[in-house]
Write a protein that binds this ligand. Structure first.
Ligand code: AMP
Length: 280
């Protein structure tokens, strides 16, 4: 497995793949890898001859009071996991490689999709995500890039950016990978105390409750959202949102439309914000 650190060697490695007539799948991550990330890499392998995973804790997508400095960086473990999964190369840049100190800042925003949900809670977050993802795609020009549906709003924003900037990559969504008990895997789960870890289960249970009601024929968003809220409250979780949305526009839905709606939850468990969702 190659470890790429600078832009020039990364471009050269990419060019070598193209010269060999082969294709590339890219999996952008912030590291602290778990089975969810590895599933994205394995998915990438199905769609391209080479799979590269990027590990970069992107300072531009963290707010001043967020966990940029304490975000876990177990690089050796991450590299071992990548090797084991058959990842062909890991791109592991320094901050100065992605944001050279003398470069002029360029922002990319997707206002319609970013105005709500995570957007207002995390000002500048999605502009930071778009900027780094656009850079990673431009640098590596992969045939496909795999993103998790766990970050549902982020996925929609990246898809929109990819189309609008006419990037040549196909964005491939991958389903959420969960712990055996249903909790969505997340690098931030390691912040949870044993008691919080139990309470965090309330999030997937709230989605279960919502899905069960939907399957029984309930279509009122108010009723479905109320079921989620009640489950979250019963697990002593602080709710940022528990909402029914249109899958494409992320606009609030008054009525569930099977195949077109998604339930999205963000809740805080202690000081840890956890995201989850379910397409209905
Ligand atoms: P992260 O480094 O955790 O911010 O995420 C890197 C990529 O992994 C993003 O596309 C996430 O949506 C995806 N991802 C994170 N957790 C999961 C999960 N539990 N299941 C599927 N994809 C995930």
């Amino acid at each position: 497995m190659f470890i790429l650190r600078c832009a020039e060697e990364t471009r050269a490695a990419r060019a070598a793949i193209r010269r060999a007539g082969q294709t590339l799948a890219l999996v952008p991550t912030m590291g602290a890898l778990h089975e969810g990330h590895i599933a994205l890499a394995l998915e990438g392998k199905k769609h391209a001859g080479h799979v590269w995973l990027t590990i970069f804790v992107n300072p531009m997508q963290f707010g001043p009071h967020e966990d940029f400095h304490k975000y876990p960086r177990p690089v050796e473990d991450d590299l071992a996991r990548c090797r084991e999964a058959g990842v062909d190369a890991v791109f592991l840049p320094e901050v100065a490689t992605m944001y050279p100190p003398n470069a002029t800042e360029v922002k990319i925003e997707v206002p319609d999709l970013a105005k709500d949900l995570e957007g207002p809670v995390r000002p500048g977050h999605f502009a930071g995500v778009c900027r780094v993802v656009a850079k990673l795609l431009a640098l590596t020009l992969p045939e496909v890039a795999v993103f998790g549906m766990k970050d549902y709003q982020q996925l929609r924003i990246i898809e929109a950016m990819n189309v609008d900037l006419m990037l040549p990559t196909r964005i491939l969504p991958h389903p959420i990978v969960r712990e055996a008990d249903g909790l969505a895997k997340s690098s931030r789960n390691r912040y949870l105390s044993p008691n919080e870890r139990l309470r965090a289960l309330g999030i997937s249970r709230a989605l279960d409750a919502c899905e069960k009601l939907a399957q029984s024929g309930e279509t009122s968003a108010a009723v479905l959202e109320d079921a989620m809220v009640r489950t979250l409250v019963a697990h002593a979780l602080a709710i940022d949102y528990a909402t029914l949305r249109d899958r494409q526009t992320l606009a609030p839905a008054e009525t569930l439309v099977p195949g077109q709606s998604v339930a999205l939850i963000t809740a805080r468990c202690g000081t840890t914000r956890l995201l989850d969702n379910r397409e209905l």
